[in-house]
Design a protein around this ligand. Structure first.
Ligand code: AMP
Ligand code: MG
Length: 413
């Protein structure tokens, strides 16, 4: 009996511990997940200031230009006004400098003329508030700025920097990673003997993990030797938060991951009702989460996306775990196995009406990695469908978009 994807997703998420909280420097927080809500401790900006280089004026003085007004002060960014403006006077002022008391508008330098006599000729009419940035105009003291569970991007970290609030995040996961298989050779191997294939999975996994900010411990390629695999696992357990392997979880006589772990009782080997990615091992080894991904590269990707990426994001404290889906049209249709959720590699395009269209980006066997590289989405054909007519509707899971869907949205709990 094959397991529905959602059942496996629930089991995986339920098994994920939350990583520890830590305080980091602003730029180091980018890519991590915020662990506490952020409230503004003070107004931002903290003081009323000039939005343009020019002259701080009393707006009524500039009500009917042109008019010459006396310059009584010069305020640079970082400087302070030294006089209170009275009628008929102005202060030269630079962008970001505090507004002198008495002034209520800025006339941009472009709308003035230097008279060379200690006064300035105002050429354009000013109204109260012109080109003044009010205190708290960006963020008011006490307001909620960011919610815990958000993945921090450069813009978020920079807002925290502007408020002087050091980010509290959850630590990034340390992931021990290896490929398995006697036929697997390093990608740098110049010529392949018959039967050998280059290791593409470790590059794929490393990239997908790096995308999450994970720290990778790379154990390389492990031969189909149970004793050797067990020794490596033993080492991997120490100091990693998660272990991931590729290959060796299926029904083959040399599927060492399964052979080594199936009788320990902490790792289950499942047949998931999905294609690609039917074989999948999951559980704990030495108390830490273990993901036994299949060997076929496309299966690695799909299993990673459906199970491991959301799991790592959950460990990091993210409230968004799964990539976004949009509704689209499968232009040329497809026949699929109705017993499985089938993920088709497709490339998408948006028509002038804003409708998404998708076409298969190449062969759909689980070893055809190139079609995945040419794809920007997976078209999802659910269990029980079996056939999508040309022009039929499908969900498109956008594989290069950031995660957007929560556990509740996907699993309903
Ligand atoms: P397995 O589940 O170990 O039998 O692997 C399934 C298929 O995936 C086989 O055709 C393997 O050769 C292939 N495969 C396994 N590991 C890798 C890898 N690291 N890179 C590329 N292909 C792999
Ligand atoms: Mg193998």
């Amino acid at each position: 009996m094959m397991r529905p994807i959602s059942e496996m997703q629930t089991e995986v998420l339920d098994a994920m511990p939350l990583l520890d909280e830590m305080e980091v420097d602003f730029a180091d927080a980018i890519g991590a997940v915020l662990s506490r809500d952020v409230d503004a401790p003070e107004d931002l900006p903290g003081f009323e200031n000039a939005a343009m280089d020019g002259y701080a004026v009393i707006a009524v003085d500039a009500a009917s230009p042109p008019i010459d007004l006396t310059i009584v002060d010069d305020v640079a960014a970082g400087g302070l006004p030294s006089v209170v403006l009275t009628r008929g006077t102005v202060a030269r002022i630079m962008t970001g400098a505090p507004i002198p008391d008495g002034a209520d508008a800025i006339v941009p330098v472009e709308a003035t003329e230097d008279t060379q006599t200690g006064s300035v000729r105002i050429l354009a009419k000013a109204a109260a508030g012109d080109h003044i940035r009010p205190a708290g105009g960006s963020i008011r003291a006490g307001t909620r700025v960011f919610d815990a569970g958000m993945r921090i991007r450069a813009v978020h970290a920079s807002v925290m920097a502007s408020m002087g609030i050091r980010p509290l995040i959850r630590r990034r996961p340390i992931v021990a990673m290896m490929s398995t298989g006697d036929e697997i050779v390093p990608p740098s191997t110049p010529t392949l003997v018959r039967g050998a294939i280059r290791d593409s999975n470790r590059t794929l996994m490393a990239g997908l993990l790096a995308d999450l900010g994970a720290e990778i411990r790379d154990y390389g390629i492990i031969n189909d030797d149970v004793g050797r695999f067990e020794a490596v696992l033993q080492d991997a357990v120490d100091g990693a938060d998660v272990i991931v392997t590729s290959g060796g979880v299926s029904m083959g006589a040399y599927d060492i991951v399964k052979l080594a772990l199936r009788d320990r009782g902490t790792v289950g080997f499942f047949k998931i009702a999905m294609q690609p990615g039917k074989p999948f091992g999951f559980g704990t080894v030495g108390g830490i989460p273990f993901f036994g991904l299949p060997g076929n590269p496309v299966s690695v990707f799909v299993s990673f996306e459906q199970f491991m990426r959301p799991a790592l994001l959950a460990m990091m404290g993210s409230d968004r775990l799964y990539r976004d889906r949009v509704e689209g049209v499968l232009d040329n249709g497809a026949d699929t196995n109705p017993a499985k959720t089938v993920f088709l590699r497709v490339s998408t395009e948006r028509d002038s009406d804003g409708r998404w269209h998708a076409r298969q980006s190449g062969g759909q066997s689980s070893n055809v990695l190139s079609a995945l590289a040419f794809a920007d989405a997976l078209a999802v054909v659910p269990i029980g469908v079996g056939r999508v007519e040309p022009g039929g509707t499908v969900d498109l899971e956008m594989i290069h978009w950031p995660e957007a869907r929560s556990r509740r949205e996907v699993l309903g709990d």
